[in-house]
Design a protein around this ligand. Sequence first.
Ligand code: ATP
Ligand code: MG
Length: 362
Amino acid sequence: VAAPQDSYKITLLPGDGIGPEITTATVKALVAAGKTKGVTFDFDEQLLGGCAIDKEGTPWPDKTLKSCQAADSILMAAIGGPKWDGNPRELRPETGLLAMRQQLGLFANLRPAKAIPQLLDASSLKREVVEGVDIMVVRELCGDVYFGKPAGIYTDDAGVRWGQNNMIYSEPEIERIARVAMDVAQKRQGRCCSIDKANVLDVSQLWKDVVIRVHGECGQGVELSHMYVDNAAMQLVRWPKQFDTIVCGNIFGDILSDEASMLVGSLGMLPSASLPSEGPGVFEPIHGSAPDIAGTDAANPLAMILSAAMMCQYDLLQPDLAKLLEDAVEAVLDAGYRTRDIVNEGNADETLVGCKEMGDLV
Ligand code: ATP
Ligand code: MG
């Protein structure tokens, strides 16, 4: 939105697996936060993913697109599951996700990985390595090898099969994500590390050149560095505190953001934002639909609640609401409440709770 409002239209996409459970918990927390500031929400629940395939015969129904386009923002849970894994490509939940990203122009994926003091023991790395980690991965989401044409599996005249995907980036595509990264870095600690494989890939050389140009144009106060992706993967586990903002292409970002998220422990704690140049963004937890625990009230809703906080900050221009939600999550963790995924067995100060209760507590 262009300016803060009293009321917002939110498209809700509960999706599959644990999605509906964590959505219920999140909506409750968001509405409660809004109430304290006189802000209300008008939710429009729509289908995306496996549930849409089952009910509408497509993972990304037209009606869902229309609702998203008319919304101030989009709050999504998680989609997919083994039920649809063997489907032809057009009937896979992930196909709906890619279509949504393309049609809403969601080119900038922001994924914070911030160490949570109460959960430091959940990380597999040493405390001294993880304590104080605060990274934002800015991943390009609409280009790269996932979308480069031609793509497919071909058989040549000799009967040999070839699989092909192309890593392609245009200068404008690199420029717009680089601008987002500079903006993000300016609002954080002012350090931006651009990831490439320019020693081997031409497309990466262009990436690097354009990032350097954009930094010169709009990166005042930002210290820019460059790192090859293989080194970055290594440095992330060696000494993650060296990073503030990381900017990268789609596939490098896919891998590095998953890696960064594991530095700080549970999948069930991490939010994300996907933003377009204009129009509503999509806010969702980074974890999947966790079909193994769906329907058992064991899911951790905090990643989605923190996604709602990012929505308040980036799309709704309500930083106070974002802070309120984040503080509430912190308070609940301070008080020792844990869902099963973040419980530290044997710690008498911790209380195991389910998804619904966790939402109520927040
Ligand atoms: P996707 O392909 O959709 O990313 P995935 O195969 O990576 O899915 P997830 O669905 O994210 O897997 O689940 C991985 C593991 O983490 C599962 O054991 C799941 O139960 C657990 N998990 C994921 N999210 C949560 C959550 N919010 N609360 C508790 N456990 C979770
Ligand atoms: Mg996954």
